[in-house]
Write a protein that binds this ligand. Structure first.
Ligand SMILES: NC(=O)c1ccc[n+]([C@@H]2O[C@H](COP(=O)([O-])OP(=O)(O)OC[C@H]3O[C@@H](n4cnc5c(N)ncnc54)[C@H](OP(=O)(O)O)[C@@H]3O)[C@@H](O)[C@H]2O)c1
Length: 244
């Protein structure tokens, strides 16, 4: 059974539904009751938990809720993220802290809290990074966000080794430009988003930006028992953009 953070929207919503379609019961976590309810609507195997991942005690609450609902925890998807664009000359401590706490510390503390349950199920941890930081690339204007995602890839590698004796795998999925409300959250106008996506599609070998379902498919497959020999790896799901 699975927990998906940030499961009310975008890639998280598609992942929760794909996992449910694959036979998993899923707990989606986020701060907004309405969007979480939207994910669960019509999907009887999806439960919701309203929580801010950066609050004290939340990792333990999520783990307890999953165990209470399902009795076990097979899959933990760290998908929630904060993206606050700022060039380094304009970085604020508040935005820096939000990104580090949401994108980096929250997955660490939730993994720690969930570890006994994951070990009991010989489960899988999935971290959603970004293809924008694959290879030796800069991420101008998004250095702190990119740094948290780079660190997440490192955690995947390290956890794959640390957790192997417990029978727990760690994998990463790194989406390329994907059509979600992330641009809106970054404060972009509809015109900015359309221009940005058109530019991304033009530099992507597949010729389009991703859909949340493109990413969800890979997350679901990587958590299946047949994927047992994959650990410590980060799969870019970006239409080839990171190698073009
Ligand atoms: N879309 C892209 O082009 C793209 C590209 C590369 C990587 N990604 C990655 O894909 C993942 C999903 O992003 P998305 O594109 O689907 O964007 P999104 O729709 O904005 O999803 C982010 C989710 O995180 C949740 N969240 C944020 N802060 C939280 C907190 N403190 N506590 C609990 N939940 C929190 C949000 O829900 P609430 O606000 O309701 O809490 C939201 O559901 C992210 O890790 C992102 O970095 C996206």
């Amino acid at each position: 059974m699975a927990v998906v953070t940030g499961g009310g929207t975008g890639i998280g919503r598609a992942t929760a539904r794909a996992l449910a379609a694959d036979g998993m019961r899923v707990l989606v976590v986020g701060r907004t009751p309405d969007t979480l309810a939207g994910t669960a609507a019509g999907h009887g195997d999806v439960r919701t938990l309203v929580a801010d991942l950066t609050d004290d005690g939340v990792p333990e609450r999520i783990t307890a809720a999953a165990l209470e609902a399902f009795g076990r925890l097979d899959v933990l998807v760290h998908n929630a993220a904060a993206v606050l664009p700022e060039p380094v000359g304009a970085v604020t401590r508040e935005h820096a802290r939000t990104q580090v706490e949401t994108n980096l510390l929250a997955p660490v503390m939730l993994t720690r809290a969930a570890l006994p349950a994951l070990a009991a199920a010989r489960g899988t941890v999935v971290a959603v990074g970004t293809a924008a930081v694959q290879g030796r690339r800069a991420f101008a204007g998004l250095s702190l966000y990119g740094a948290t995602k780079t660190a997440l890839d490192f955690l995947v590698r390290t956890w794959a080794v640390e957790l192997a004796p417990l029978g727990v795998r760690a994998v990463g999925v790194a989406p390329g430009e994907t059509d979600t409300c992330i641009g809106e959250r970054m404060g972009w106008s509809p015109a900015d988003i359309a221009r940005h996506q058109a530019e991304a599609a033009a530099r992507t070998p597949s010729g389009r930006v991703g859909r949340p379902e493109d990413v969800a498919w890979w997350i679901t497959r990587l958590t299946r028992p047949e994927a047992v020999y994959a650990s410590g790896t980060v799969v870019a799901v970006d239409g080839g953009a990171s190698v073009a």
